[in-house]
Write a protein that binds this ligand. Structure first.
Ligand code: AQP
Length: 331
């Protein structure tokens, strides 16, 4: 059976980008007919300056939102990364096959390190090694497919490279995984800066739609989205990024493709109105279920506890085997 693994970082409130680029596919496609694991990757949230209480809060919130989005613990395994020691154990071993040069080439590292330095802060070593930990998250489970947004492609490539390198040097220990992306919505852009990804840690707040935004907040953000000086609605990511992003959001919410949809609109206003309503309707059931789940925190905790137990059982034999293969004595 195909094994699927993917994760989400509790670095901020979940966004429409997270939902359309990853979570919706986990819910609608990946948890069916596969052996799927989904993880709130809290260790990754420590790679930048963070408030411990906020990370704990966001970890619980992310897990609750994943269940509210429709992940079903009967169909998949949902857990928190730090509850399963195998991720950190394997990460160290993979650091011993990764190189310093390949870490420094990672686009996200370069961007986030520049941001930290720009704010006058220092860059944590864990920010540099974070893609190795992500490789460990994936490889510990013998993952075949990693459903992610476009921005994670380079990191999944690294996981592939490390798996191949380890297998060649020390014997067959890992499955070589591949990234999968949704057809539409793999890179939702910030509504105020449509040439930048809509990220949950962005500074441009009004350009980000959060999954828990009230309907009127969603409407306001979408109606104020930056477009361009043209008037006709055409799908052109390079020349008309703002309009293309709205078409992409609408297409991802309702199905269909953004190019076809562009022919149905004569004004930006009409497009924005439909995109706003489509997002409001998309988020409505998620928000309702989230409210119900918040009233039952013990249920969420129970799901995470069982998920971690199951995940541990799946990861341990492979990580133990990798330890032996690389030269460590069994305990
Ligand atoms: N804008 C996006 N469009 C499509 N997919 C996206 N994803 C993230 N943003 C978009 C996908 O969501 C999954 C989980 O993302 P993450 O938690 O690993 O990363 P993030 O939301 O991008 O948050 P970061 O990295 O803490 O900070 P910022 O906000 O600075 O980027 C992934 O599959 C991701 O591809």
């Amino acid at each position: 059976m195909t094994r699927v693994f993917s994760g989400i970082k509790p670095t901020g409130h979940l966004t429409l980008g997270n939902y359309l680029g990853a979570v919706r596919r986990w819910v609608e496609v990946d948890q069916y007919g596969t052996d799927a694991l989904f993880c709130v990757v809290d260790l990754h949230a420590l790679t930048v300056d963070h408030d411990p209480a906020r990370v704990r809060r966001l970890t619980r919130q992310a897990a609750t939102l994943l269940l509210a989005s429709g992940l079903d613990p009967e169909l998949c395994t949902l857990f928190v990364q730090s509850h399963v020691d195998e991720h950190a154990r394997l990460s160290y071993v993979l650091e011993c096959v990764a190189t310093d040069g390949e870490m420094r080439r990672m686009i996200q590292y370069k961007e986030k390190a520049a941001l930290e330095r720009g704010r006058g802060g220092s860059v944590r070593l864990s920010l540099l090694t974070y893609p190795v930990l992500m490789a460990a998250d994936i490889l510990a489970y013998g993952t075949h497919e990693v459903p992610v947004g476009d921005d994670q492609t380079q990191h999944v490539e690294l996981a592939r490279d490390l798996a191949v390198r380890f297998n060649q040097r020390y014997g067959q220990a890992f499955v070589v995984p591949r990234a999968t992306h949704p057809k539409v919505g793999a890179r939702i852009m910030n509504l105020q800066e449509p040439t930048s990804k809509m990220g949950k840690t962005d500074d441009v707040g009004p350009g980000i739609v959060y999954l828990l935004d009230e309907p009127d907040v969603v409407r306001k953000k979408v109606m104020r989205a930056v477009t361009d000086s043209g008037r006709d609605v055409v799908y052109d990511r390079e020349e008309r990024p703002g309009v293309a992003n709205l078409l992409e959001i609408l297409a991802a919410c309702e199905g269909g493709n953004p190019e076809d949809l562009s022919g149905a609109y004569e004004s930006y206003g009409a497009l924005k109105k439909d995109a706003a309503e489509a997002v409001v309707e998309l988020l409505r059931p998620v928000q309702e279920r989230h409210k119900a789940l918040c009233a039952d925190p013990a249920y969420v905790e129970g799901v995470l506890r069982l998920g971690a137990e199951k995940a541990r059982g799946m990861a341990r034999p492979r990580v133990d085997a990798a330890y032996r293969a690389i030269g460590l004595l069994s305990s």
